[in-house]
Design a protein around this ligand. Structure first.
Ligand code: ADP
Ligand code: MG
Length: 587
C-alpha cells in the first residue's frame, strides 16, 4: 500500500463507495456472510473430530462412538457443501449486481461526456474499463471479503478449539507462531529479490545479442567482433553466477522453511510429552491439536496476503470511478423553443482546444440570415470543422458568443439546441441495426416507414437500399452488411433529411461520394438547402459555387468573404484555391 496519505484517503473512499453499492443487497450479503461463517465452523468441527476419532475410536474402542463417527463426518461435509455453495453463490450474486450497476452508470455517464473527453481518450482504454476493470473490481472484492470473513472465523474457531484443548500450549504457540511467520516471510522476500535481479541479467544477455544483430554491419566493418565477444562473455558468466545463486536459494528456501516449522513443532512435542503442566493427556487431544495447527496454515497465509487482493480491487475501482466521476457536458441553460428560423450569428468568437497552446479560431464574425447557405473553405487545419462544431456546443467557445435566432447557444437546454440542428459528417459510422433504424435514429425512432423511404429517395439512397437482401430491414454496420463510403454517406444524408431541422451542418458530407453519385446528390442537397440555413464544408469547390456566401478561413481567421463570382474577381485566396483544384481535377 502506498504511504501517501492522500492516496490512502482515496482508497478508503473508493472502498466505501463499493461497499455502499453492495449493501443495497444487504440481505443476500448477510446470507453469504452466514455461509462463510458456517464454512469456518465446519473446518473447526473437522479438527475437533480428530479427538473422539482417536480417543474413542482407536484407544478406547467405544462401539457406540465408532458407529456414530462416520455419520458425523458425512454430516459435517454435507453442511460444508451447503455452506460453501451459499457463501459463494450469494457473494457472487451481489458482485454481479454491483458490476451491472457500475457498468450501467459508466455507460450512462460516457454518453454525457463532452467531445473533449473523446478527443483525448483511446477507445481501447475506455473499453478496458468496461470489461477488465469492472470484472477486476468484482473478483478482487468478493475474494477479499471471502478471505477476510471466512478465514478470520476459521482462525478464531480453530484457536478457540486449541485453547479448549490446552491453554498453556496455545499460549506458547501464539508467541512462537509469529516468530516462525516472520522467519518464513524473510526467507521468501530474500528469494523474491534475488529472482528479480536475475531477470535483469537475462535482459542483458538479450540486449547484447539484439545489439549485435542490429549493428551487424558496424560490428563487421569496424572490427568490433572480439570486443563484443568479450562483453558477452562477462554478461554470460554473470548470468550463470546469478542463476546459481537463485538455484541455491531456491534449493534452500523450502527445506529451511520446513526446518523452521519443524523446530516449532519439535518444541510443541517436547512440551507435550515432557511437561506435565501442558495438560495434554490423550492421543486424541494431541492429534486434534496437530490437525488444528495444519488447518491454521492456509487461512493465516491468505489473511497475510489479503492486502494484495484489496489493492487490486481498489486500483480497478479507482479506474472505474474516475470515469463515472468525470464532469459531464455543461447543460445549465433553461431556454427551449419548438421552432426556430435559423438565424445564426458568431460575435468575436475565439476558441482554443484545451490540449492546444494556440487558439484554433480567432475573432470570428458571421451574420447568417435564416435560409442562407454559407460555405466554408480553406486549407486542411484552417479551422472549418472547429467552427461548425461550436454551434451544437460540441465544444464551448472561449471568447465571444454564438446566437441562434438571437439567443445565446449557452442559454438553450442542450437537447433543445441540438434538436434544431441536423448534421452530416465526413466519416459515417453506422450502428449495428437495420437501414431503417439507421435513418430513423434517436428521437426519430418512431418515424413512419413512408417518411423514411421519402428521405431515402431524396438522398438518392432508396434505389440501392431496395437492392439489399432485406431492403430497409437489412442489418448494416459493424456485424451486418458493409456498405461503401458513398452509400453510408447517403444514409447519413437521409437521416439529416428525415430530421427536417431548420439548420443543416454538412462537414465534407459529399467527400466519400464518387463524381457520379455526387452529381445525383448535389441536386437533392440543393433542394434540401432551400428552406433551411445551411453551413457547408466541401472539399470540392464545384459543389459550393451556388452558396449565398463563401467564407475563406486560414489559420483560424476569416480571410475572405463573398460570393463565388466576387471572390474569383478579387483574385485572392479563394481564386488561388480554385485555380489549384481546377488544374488538378478539371471537371
Ligand atoms: P479543418 O476542418 O479546417 O481541416 P479543424 O477545425 O479540424 O480544421 O482543425 C483546426 C485546428 O485545430 C488544427 O490545427 C487542428 O490540428 C486543431 N485541432 C482539431 N481538433 C483538435 C482537438 N480535438 N484537439 C486539439 N486540437 C485540435
Ligand atoms: Mg475538417
Amino acid at each position: 500500500m502506498s504511504k501517501d496519505p492522500v492516496e490512502h484517503a482515496n482508497a478508503g473512499q473508493y472502498y466505501r463507495r463499493l461497499l455502499a453499492l453492495a449493501f443495497v443487497h444487504w440481505k443476500i450479503f448477510a446470507f453469504s456472510i452466514a455461509g462463510m461463517i458456517l464454512v469456518a465452523g465446519t473446518d473447526t468441527a473437522l479438527a475437533a473430530f480428530m479427538k473422539p476419532l482417536m480417543d474413542e475410536g482407536f484407544v478406547n474402542r467405544d462401539m457406540e462412538t465408532i458407529r456414530r463417527l462416520p455419520l458425523i463426518l458425512v454430516g459435517i461435509f454435507v453442511v460444508r457443501v451447503f455452506a460453501i455453495f451459499t457463501s459463494m453463490y450469494c457473494i457472487s450474486w451481489v458482485g454481479r449486481k454491483v458490476i451491472t450497476k457500475l457498468r450501467q452508470r459508466m455507460f450512462g455517464n460516457l454518453l454525457l461526456l463532452p467531445k473533449d473527453f473523446y478527443d483525448n481518450a483511446t477507445s481501447g482504454e475506455i473499453i478496458s474499463k468496461f470489461t477488465f476493470d469492472v470484472e477486476q473490481v468484482a473478483n478482487a472484492s468478493t475474494k477479499a471479503i471471502t478471505i477476510i470473513v471466512r478465514d478470520t472465523f476459521t482462525v478464531i474457531g480453530i484457536l478457540a478449539w486449541m485453547f479448549y484443548l490446552s491453554v498453556p500450549l496455545t499460549l506458547v504457540l501464539l508467541t512462537t507462531g509469529p516468530l516462525i511467520a516472520l522467519l518464513v516471510s524473510l526467507v521468501t522476500k530474500k528469494f523474491r529479490k534475488l529472482s528479480r535481479r536475475i531477470q535483469t541479467s537475462i535482459g542483458d544477455v538479450s540486449r547484447i545479442v539484439e545489439e549485435s544483430i542490429k549493428a551487424q554491419i558496424v560490428v563487421k566493418v569496424f572490427g568490433g567482433r572480439s570486443y563484443e565477444e568479450s562483453q558477452f562473455e562477462i554478461i554470460n558468466e554473470q548470468n550463470r553466477r546469478q542463476n546459481m545463486r537463485m538455484i541455491a536459494t531456491q534449493a534452500l528456501s523450502t527445506p529451511v522453511i520446513r526446518l523452521i516449522v519443524g523446530i516449532g513443532l519439535a518444541v510443541i512435542i517436547y512440551l507435550v510429552t515432557r511437561d506435565e503442566s501442558m495438560n495434554i493427556v490423550t492421543p486424541g487431544t494431541f492429534a486434534s491439536y496437530m490437525v488444528s495447527l495444519t488447518f491454521l496454515f492456509g487461512p493465516v497465509k491468505r489473511l497475510a496476503d489479503v492486502n494484495v487482493e484489496l489493492q487490486r480491487g481498489i486500483a480497478a475501482a479507482e479506474s472505474v470511478f474516475r470515469l463515472t466521476d468525470l464532469e459531464i457536458e455543461k447543460d445549465d441553460g433553461s431556454f427551449s423553443t419548438d421552432r426556430i428560423n435559423g438565424e445564426i450569428k458568431y460575435n468575436h468568437v475565439g476558441f482554443r482546444y484545451s490540449s492546444a497552446n494556440e487558439p484554433a479560431l480567432v475573432d470570428i464574425n458571421l451574420d447568417i440570415k435564416a435560409g442562407e447557405t454559407v460555405a466554408f473553405v480553406g486549407r486542411s487545419g484552417s479551422g472549418k470543422t472547429t467552427l461548425l462544431n461550436l454551434l451544437p456546443r460540441l465544444y464551448d467557445i472561449t471568447e465571444g458568443s454564438i446566437t441562434l435566432d438571437g439567443h445565446d447557444v449557452r442559454d438553450f437546454r442542450l437537447e433543445n439546441l441540438r434538436s434544431h440542428l441536423a448534421f452530416v459528417g465526413q466519416d459515417v459510422v453506422l450502428f449495428n441495426d437495420t437501414v431503417a433504424h439507421n435513418i430513423a435514429y434517436g428521437s426519430m425512432r418512431d418515424a413512419d416507414m413512408s417518411q423514411v423511404e421519402e428521405a431515402a429517395r431524396q438522398a438518392y439512397a432508396d434505389e440501392f437500399i431496395r437492392e439489399l437482401r432485406n431492403g430497409y430491414q437489412t442489418v448494416v454496420g459493424e456485424r451486418g452488411l458493409m456498405l461503401s463510403g458513398g452509400q453510408r454517406q447517403r444514409i447519413a444524408i437521409a437521416r439529416a433529411l428525415l430530421a427536417n431541422a431548420p439548420v443543416l451542418i454538412l462537414d465534407e458530407a459529399t467527400s466519400a461520394l464518387d463524381t457520379e453519385s455526387e452529381r445525383f446528390i448535389q441536386a437533392s442537397l440543393e433542394e434540401l438547402m432551400k428552406n433551411r440555413t445551411t453551413l457547408v464544408i466541401a472539399h470540392r469547390l464545384s459543389t459550393i459555387e451556388n452558396a449565398d456566401t463563401i467564407v475563406v478561413l486560414d489559420a483560424g481567421k476569416i480571410v475572405e468573404t463573398g460570393t463565388h463570382q466576387q471572390l474569383l474577381n478579387s483574385d485572392g485566396h479563394y481564386a488561388a484555391l480554385h485555380r489549384m483544384q481546377f488544374e488538378n481535377h478539371p471537371e
